[in-house]
Design a binder for this molecule. Structure first.
Ligand SMILES: [Zn+2]
Length: 368
């Protein structure tokens, strides 16, 4: 699996890393130009044509030249009809000879010589990193530095859950569980409203610089949402693990149909990436052997957990539940989460933990 290792370079090291990407990608563009002019696209031929020249001109180490030639040859594999160019800060591939992990620093080749840069990563990767082999990619993303590496981490077998933790994905909170705990609500909503206001102001402006700012805002929001989804999923999985429970989630294909909200809330609901949250939950759960089950979301919000009566009128307002048959009342999110838990308890035969993985992150977006 691919692990993202976050590097913590000093300011000076960050400059050096930036130079390294720039120089290497300039080299790639030069190789591409030669390939294009000579109509010679195979790795072997390109090596013969460019190796020494590139190594001298760009002062790169042998491994990096070899990798860069391979990258160019690879880029032409799809077709040879257009000249390939590489972004100046595009990712650069490393192998074991020019990158090595130590206890808490990585030793990495740069244009200014080898650097020892500290890094952070999930605890479960640390051991695997020391004995790993193969390619790593140095990536500059959102102002931060990462190494994307493939590690072999054995997945634990799934536990036999003693019970299920039902998770309702919602409006008032991003998620609420069947124990009555809710995850990240108000503070986030305030933020998103503020962002939405800023965005609509920029949209009305419509100038070039406004458009650029808008793009920036969007990616900032996406990062924020991603961070929050990481936090929420971590909390949920930890709780399930600590109580030996499986996790029961709604099958998301139904969420839009189920959630009927006031217009003012619609943006919040539909632009939240529940698909991403579900992915994070599944991914983190897999690592600790916690099964995840998707249940049919139909009626989860209108079924009475006390008497089983299903009625639309059981939910008179967005956040309250009150059974018209037995007058059981409670918080609507908790009730929905409880129904999701029960759905899992009642369907023990469904395959757990083996849900198809879609690597494209699903984002429910505004459809207006
Ligand atoms: Zn009832």
């Amino acid at each position: 699996m691919v692990a993202a290792i976050k590097l913590l370079p000093t300011d000076e090291q960050a400059r050096v890393l930036e130079d390294t990407l720039k120089v290497t990608n300039r080299a790639a563009n030069t190789i591409s130009e030669i390939a294009w002019q000579r109509k010679s696209f195979g790795q072997y031929k390109l090596h013969k044509l460019t190796y020494y020249e590139i190594k001298d001109e760009f002062q790169l180490t042998a491994q990096v030249v070899v990798r860069t030639i391979a990258k160019v040859a690879d880029a032409y594999k799809l077709d040879k009809k257009t000249k390939r160019t590489f972004k100046s800060l595009g990712a650069v591939a490393y192998d074991d000879r020019i990158l090595r992990f130590h206890e808490d620093a990585v030793s990495i080749w740069t244009v200014a010589g080898r650097q020892h840069i500290s890094f952070v990563c999930a605890g479960r990767f640390r051991e695997a990193l020391k004995c790993r082999r193969g390619q790593s990619d140095l990536v500059f993303k959102g102002g931060k530095w990462y190494l994307f590496i493939t590690v072999n981490v054995e997945e634990p077998s799934l536990i036999e859950p003693e019970d299920w933790l039902g998770i309702d994905l919602g409006i008032k909170n991003i998620a609420a569980d069947s124990d009555g705990e809710s995850y990240c609500g108000k503070q986030l909503k305030g933020l998103r409203h503020r962002y939405a206001r800023i965005r609509s102001r920029l949209q009305t402006k419509g100038t070039k610089s406004a458009k650029r700012l808008l793009k920036k805002r969007r990616s900032k929001e996406r990062r924020m949402a991603r961070d929050i989804n990481h936090q929420v999923s971590k909390k949920i999985v930890r709780k399930a693990q600590g109580t030996k429970r499986g996790i029961s989630l709604e099958d998301l294909t139904g969420i839009r149909a189920r959630v009927t909200v006031k217009k003012s809330q619609r943006r919040t609901v539909h632009s939240w990436s529940f698909g991403q949250l579900r992915q994070f939950v599944e991914y983190k759960a897999k690592f600790v052997g916690i099964p995840v089950l998707l249940v049919d979301p139909r009626n989860t919000s209108r079924t009475c957990p006390n008497c089983g009566h299903v009625d639309k009128r059981n939910r008179p307002a967005q956040d309250s539940f009150s059974c018209v048959s037995c007058s059981f009342a409670g918080d609507a999110d908790t009730v929905a989460a409880e129904n999701i838990r029960r759905a899992a308890v009642n369907q023990p035969d469904v395959v757990c933990g083996n849900l198809p993985h879609n690597h494209e992150l699903t984002t429910l977006s505004v459809s207006s």
